[in-house]
Design a protein around this ligand. Structure first.
Ligand SMILES: O=C[C@H](O)COP(=O)(O)O
Length: 249
C-alpha cells in the first residue's frame, strides 16, 4: 500500500508574524518535494500571512488547535470556520502539550475531531505515552484508548483522511528519539486499532506520523519504517534543517 508521506512542522508557540514570514521564505525552496505533503502549523496570528505566503508553492498551512463549537461566548477560542475561511487545511488536535497544560481529554479531542471533519479540515490527531507509562508496560493500551475515543463516531470515509501522530511524550523536545523499532511498533499497533474500529481499507489508507525529536539525522531511518508515513516535527521545523527532513531520502 503506497501512502503519500506527510511531514508537518509544529511551530508551537514560536515566531512572531514577521519572523514567521521570514522563516517561510527561507524554507520554501528547501521543502520542495512532490512525494511529500508538507504542512506548516504556525501560531494563529500568523495563519493569514502564512496562507498568503505559501499560495505559490507546495506548502499547506495548519493550525495547532481549534475549539469544537461553531461560535459564541468562548473567550479566547478559535472556531473551525475562522480557519477554513482563511485557507487553513489542517489542524493539530490533542497534542500532548494541550493535554498536559490545558486539560484536554480524549473526549474533548473527539469533539474537536468531529467538528474539524465537519468543516473539511484534516485533523492531525496526536497520541503518546509518558515515560512512566512506557515503563509500566501500558503504552499500547493507552494509545488504543486515545485513538478509539478520538475516532468515536467518525465515519469510515472520513477516517481514511485523518492523520494520526504518535508522539512518545518522553521524546518530545528532549533530543531523545524513540528508536525506529520502538516507533514502528507503536505505529503498527495504531494501524491495528484502526483496522479493528473500521477495516483493512481504512487501516491501509490512514497516515500515521511519528513525532519526537525528529531531525535531519534520524528522519531517513524513521520514515523508512513500514507503518510510519511521515513526521510531526517540532524544534527542527523552525530551521533550515526542516528542508533536510522533508527531503529525507
Ligand atoms: O509536535 C511536535 C512534537 O511535539 C515534537 O517536538 P520536537 O520535534 O521538538 O521533539
Amino acid at each position: 500500500m503506497m501512502r503519500k508521506m506527510i511531514i508537518a512542522g509544529n511551530w508551537k508557540m514560536n515566531k512572531t508574524p514577521r519572523e514567521a514570514l521570514a522563516l517561510i521564505e527561507e524554507l520554501k525552496p528547501l521543502v520542495k518535494n512532490d512525494d511529500v505533503d508538507v504542512v506548516f502549523c504556525t501560531p494563529y496570528v500568523s495563519l493569514v500571512l502564512a496562507v498568503e505566503a505559501t499560495k505559490d508553492c507546495n506548502i499547506e498551512i495548519g493550525a495547532q488547535n481549534m475549539y469544537f463549537e461553531e461560535s459564541g461566548a468562548y473567550t479566547g477560542e478559535i472556531a473551525p470556520n475562522m480557519l477554513t475561511e482563511i485557507g487553513v487545511k489542517y489542524v493539530v488536535l490533542g497534542h500532548s502539550e494541550r493535554r498536559e497544560y490545558f486539560g484536554e481529554t480524549n473526549e474533548i479531542v473527539n469533539k474537536k475531531v468531529l467538528k474539524a471533519i465537519e468543516h473539511g479540515l484534516t485533523p492531525i490527531i496526536c497520541c503518546g505515552e509518558t515515560l512512566e507509562q512506557r515503563e509500566q508496560g501500558i503504552t499500547v493500551d493507552l494509545i488504543r484508548a486515545q485513538i478509539k475515543v478520538a475516532l468515536k463516531d467518525v465515519a469510515k470515509e472520513d477516517a481514511k483522511n485523518v492523520v494520526l501522530a504518535y508522539e512518545p511524550i518522553w521524546a518530545i523536545g528532549t533530543g531523545k528519539t524513540a528508536t525506529s523499532k520502538q516507533a514502528e511498533e507503536v505505529c503498527a499497533a495504531i494501524r491495528q486499532v484502526v483496522k479493528e474500529v473500521y477495516d483493512q481499507e481504512v487501516a491501509d489508507a490512514v497516515r500515521i506520523q511519528y513525532g519526537g525529536s525528529v531531525n535531519a539525522g534520524n528522519a531517513k531511518e524513521l520514515f523508512a519504517m513500514e507503518n510510519i508515513d511521515g513526521g510531526l516535527v517540532g524544534g527542527a521545523s523552525l530551521k533550515a534543517d526542516f528542508g533536510k527532513v522533508v527531503n529525507y531520502k
